[in-house]
Ligand binder design. Structure first.
Ligand code: GLU
Length: 359
């Protein structure tokens, strides 16, 4: 490269991804001494726009370029590249986008010039995507999910500052080895415990059992507990999968019916997660149907609809007798993610329980 070419490269913002002839997007070469962060955009309110008629706004409208252009200060933090993986409201997130994301994140982080990945995402199912990636990304480099509750153009929109915080965390070497993180409203959360706790107010996320991992104050990251992922941590190889085993969730309530369980079994579910009451308790009719299903080789995981606390084995339900698995700290939607991954390896309840205990 010529002297002027090199100068141009150093002084250009190196913001956008390079696209080769096949349309494939690659992060550019790293400028010495600057962290390089790649942004994968999937949609959500952070990419949403206010509309004048009908619903108040539409999620998943703005592209990755517009998101990055809206926050010029990002360029002071890292060399950024970006690509669009999807542009959807995260209520439409599914295993196919998950598998695509997992593959792409693993590929990007294997690149020596990439220091971290930020994923922009709707808040509705962000916790499930974070959990899925926490269980399928092999690199210790930072992976940070971020979103917004207020769309671009709304008064007090939270997207730009959240994105700035997310890139701050992804570019920070102190974030290495902490697993997949969610950064929202000045807090930093681990994928395993974070959950959406308000459908309208800020802050929107909390980690009911463990609390936030850290905080962002004036652009600086303050980390709390947990240092370094164990090399023996639970991680699944999804590089050759194009779908996941079907697993459904049944909700518990007073007077619950076994009909939804039967419908899921008839539809061929290989696993069922019960979002039970209290410590994962089940109405007797639901219990009988799930016990029968478990006896026929369907994996049954007991979680709870209660927002905090643990679902432990053999408290009021005889898990040993029925061959059930207890979800521990995982809420029902994350228990489903882990059960789908677990079923790619085994159907044995004791092996699945071990995975829940190990995560
Ligand atoms: N339902 C949309 C989504 O999850 C908007 C919610 C949000 O992003 O805050 O993508």
């Amino acid at each position: 490269m010529t002297f002027f070419g090199r100068l141009k490269k150093i002084f250009s913002p190196a913001r956008t991804a390079r696209e080769d002839d096949s349309g494939r997007v690659e992060p550019g070469e790293k400028v010495r001494g600057r962290p390089r962060v790649h942004v994968l955009a999937t949609g959500g309110t952070i990419a949403g726009r206010l509309v004048s008629t009908g619903p108040r706004y539409r999620a998943g409208v703005l592209g990755v370029e517009a998101l990055l252009d809206a926050v010029p200060a990002l360029r002071g933090l890292a060399d950024l590249s970006g690509e669009q993986v999807a542009n959807i409201g995260s209520q439409d997130m599914d295993e196919f986008v998950w598998l695509k994301l997992a593959r792409r994140v693993n590929e990007l982080l294997a690149h020596p010039d990439v220091d971290g990945v930020v994923i922009t995402h709707g808040t509705d199912t962000m916790e499930e995507t974070a959990c899925f990636l926490d269980l399928t990304v092999h690199s210790p480099k930072p992976v940070v999910l971020v979103g917004a509750v207020r769309p671009a153009g709304a008064l007090g929109t939270d997207g730009p500052v959240n994105l700035l915080d997310a890139v701050t965390v992804a570019a920070n070497p102190g974030s290495v080895g902490r697993g997949v993180l969610v950064v929202m409203h000045g807090s930093l959360f681990e994928a395993r415990d974070v959950t959406k706790v308000s459908s309208s107010a800020l802050p929107t996320f909390a980690a009911p059992n463990s609390g936030p991992l850290g905080q962002l104050i004036d652009g600086r990251t303050y980390y709390g507990h947990r240092t370094g992922l164990s090399p023996e941590r639970l991680v699944f190889d999804v590089s050759r999968l194009d779908k996941l085993p079907p697993v459904g969730i049944v909700y518990g309530y007073a007077g619950a019916s076994a009909l939804p369980v039967k419908a899921l079994l008839d539809a061929g579910c290989r696993g069922i997660v019960s979002a039970g009451v209290g410590s994962g308790n089940l109405h007797r009719d639901v219990l009988a149907t799930l016990a029968d299903a478990s006896g026929r080789g369907v994996a049954v995981v007991r979680a709870s609809r209660v927002p905090s606390g643990l679902t432990l084995r053999n408290v009021e339900v005889d898990d040993n007798r029925f061959g059930f698995v207890a979800a521990g700290a995982l809420n029902p939607q994350k228990a489903r993610v882990l059960l789908q991954l677990a079923l790619t390896r085994t159907r044995k309840p004791e092996d699945i329980q071990k995975m829940f205990d190990d995560y």
